[in-house]
Design a protein. Sequence first.
Length: 850
Amino acid sequence: MVVKNDPTLMFTNAGMNQFKDIFLGNSKPVDLRVADSQKCLRVSGKHNDLEEVGHDTYHHTMFEMLGNWSFGDYFKKEAIDWAWEYLTSVLKIDKSRLYSTVFEGDKDLKLDKDNEAYDYWAKHLPKDRIINGNRKDNFWEMGDVGPCGPCSEIHADLRSDEERKVIDGSKLVNKDHPQVIEIWNLVFMQFNRKTNGELENLPQKHVDTGMGFERLCRLIQGKSSNYDTDIFTPIIREIEKLSNFKYGENEDVDVAMRVVSDHLRTIAFSITDGQLPSNNKAGYVIRRILRRAVRYGYTFLKFRESFIYKLLPVLIETMGEAYPELENSKVLISKVVKEEEESFLRTLSTGINMLDKIIKETKENNYKVVNGKIAFELYDTYGFPLDLTELILSENGLVANRQEFNKEMDAQKQRARNAANVETGDWVVLAEDDIEEFIGYDYLETELFITRYRKVTVKKKSLYQLVFNITPFYGESGGQIGDSGFIYNENEKIKIIDTKKENNLIIHLSKELPKDVNAKFTAEVDKEKRQSVACNHTSTHLLHEALRSVLGEHVEQKGSLVHYDYLRFDFAHFEKVSNEQIEQVERMVNRKIRANYFLEEKRETPISKAKELGAMMLFGEKYGDLVRVVKYGDSIELCGGTHVKSSGEIGLFKIISESSIASGIRRIEAITGEKAVDHILDQERLINDLDSMLKGNNDIRKSIDNLIQNNSKLNKDLDIIKQNFINIEKRDLIDSAEDFNNTKIIVERIKPILGDKLKDICFSIKKEFTSVVAILAAEVNNKPQIAVVMSDDIIKDKKFTAVEVIRDCAKEIQGGGGGQPFFATAGGKNLNGLDKALHRAKLFVEDKLN
Ligand code: ATP
Ligand code: MG
């Protein structure tokens, strides 16, 4: 469900995503005919059904798309005949409920009606049940450019017989009627769209069909809602139990239950497929879906505590047999979901408190309309969608200014657009039909030529993407960064700054285009960088294995970055890895390095064979039928990365950090080889430096211990001295008291060393006099401090307090403070204002005493 290696897509949103490289001609298909089931998620980008989900009964966020595929093999006739045969003969669906649509043609596209498809349908359906569809509904395009073609949909009319008699179903096809819905879409890819908008014929024609499993179930089970099929009812029953509400009695409650049951699937599957909720990109999409479910549960089902994670067992019961990975990641999903729920519930209540305050203020001012900016802030910072804010406002007889809200929203979208301004040019194809060959496991140099290139402009900076007939450059994938290097011939030398992998195509980035793009070049990969990356990649495998043996088999890779400077490894584990365990892991990995295991690599091994060998597979990774197995000793992984020839090359492995990145996910960062040696030498130098600073004799522990003991003794001595000193200072202060209308006033700065004793001094002065006001100031850690103390008679008779004095004079030190009527303190930022503050306080007090 989670897409990797395609910058245009975060999640699989259609069955064809997994075959995109075939349609683009980047890979050759192994089988020309395929049938499959593909988890899809339509919550962002081109397909976004999120707002519909729950409110209608046939759009889900995640759904299972059934498909059959022809890669240059069968075409319209077979696709239509077989679809019909499957629905009506195999599944025995009532023919009278089915309709089909065909592309009616389009002037702008210069295309006629798809008569071919029409004729094949006419064999199965009466003419009035084959409906013309326009470009929007019946012409499928992968994107602004690329493969496209007409499509033909099958719709089903699920209304009751009475209703069907009143209005003919053909009038409701593609009209958003909740009971007349699209079931299956047959796409006939026959054109390629170029950047200038023109269509050209594809050399090979393909079929791509997609049928929503949940809608098909509804059709087979004769239900009027996807949520009434056995895919969803067990989950809905469980929500009823947890919430004490009944499904089917109140529309708001029903919507909420549908939202929760739908989103539960999305969240659980996305976590098992490796995408955890987070605060950016794909992770943020998942977090927002989870929050949407929490919010509906909170508002309409009155949940005040986390509840979604409690639905996991019933989801596993209904879907676990088909998707055993759910059961395997049960603990992780449950932990992550619960924690996310709890944290959002906290945010929700903060947001609601804030909204309550705004409601109160608005009412007090006798306004009816709440500023749209506030609604936007609630949306932006607390994840409150406008409808939730509006709901709460309407319960209080208020509305939000939608115009202002939309303005803020548009401004934010514009900012996002500007940030991601990418222009991609058309491929200039120099050699047709050339599938790029990667030879970088064995060679770092080769002769090559450019097969195609294009210009890409990101934020006004242009780069060229080059594709070669053969390449030693590794394209960034599987967490390993891309290679860099050069291509050159006698006339020029072009720097390859990075290499990426996109839809199975290895793309080399350069800042300039060669003057002669048709020339032959020699390629040379940056060997040093590659070697460091290889050390880090092999170490990652050894680390993975060591973690599993030290911490347990539950350790599973959840993310990885293999860089030339370091490696980063994220894995499922539920508590901090202790220092002892880290040390154990480091020892184990280094032992494996010294064992100097040779790389045993098996390319093109059937996946079943790899499983037999016990190779570790990662969930959410896309593996072909033939895989590459990388083995060092007992570490066996499926991996496409580049590795060292023998583990001894790594030299040394050192973990430099261990932390938590999400609930249940830990992160280890480590370095190898020369970098690890540097690190250890640095540490040693540090210790030597410390030792000589402490003038110790190579026993730094003892030196520091001495230092600590000495320090605490000095502190004790200092306390005794301070105590004596306070007594002297007190006497001086008392002697300095001035008479003012029968009250003693003391205004003094005391010595910085007594700064922390300000309160003590104040209280003992208070005891000395019957009527007194003392204002004392001190410098404490370079910051100004003021304290005011006064006898109770003043508060009573003169009717002012220490707090008033402090608030007034604190302005001079740019600070603030407070306290009790008889004793108040203030701290500030402006040390230079301290004398002024004292003076000001004195005037204030004298004024009051007068
Ligand atoms: P609709 O118009 O109903 O949104 P669509 O045109 O977006 O459908 P396609 O992109 O053609 O649908 O996808 C093929 C099939 O996938 C549809 O016929 C339907 O059965 C199913 N499908 C599409 N979107 C969803 C969804 N959000 N939830 C469940 N099934 C869906
Ligand atoms: Mg749709």
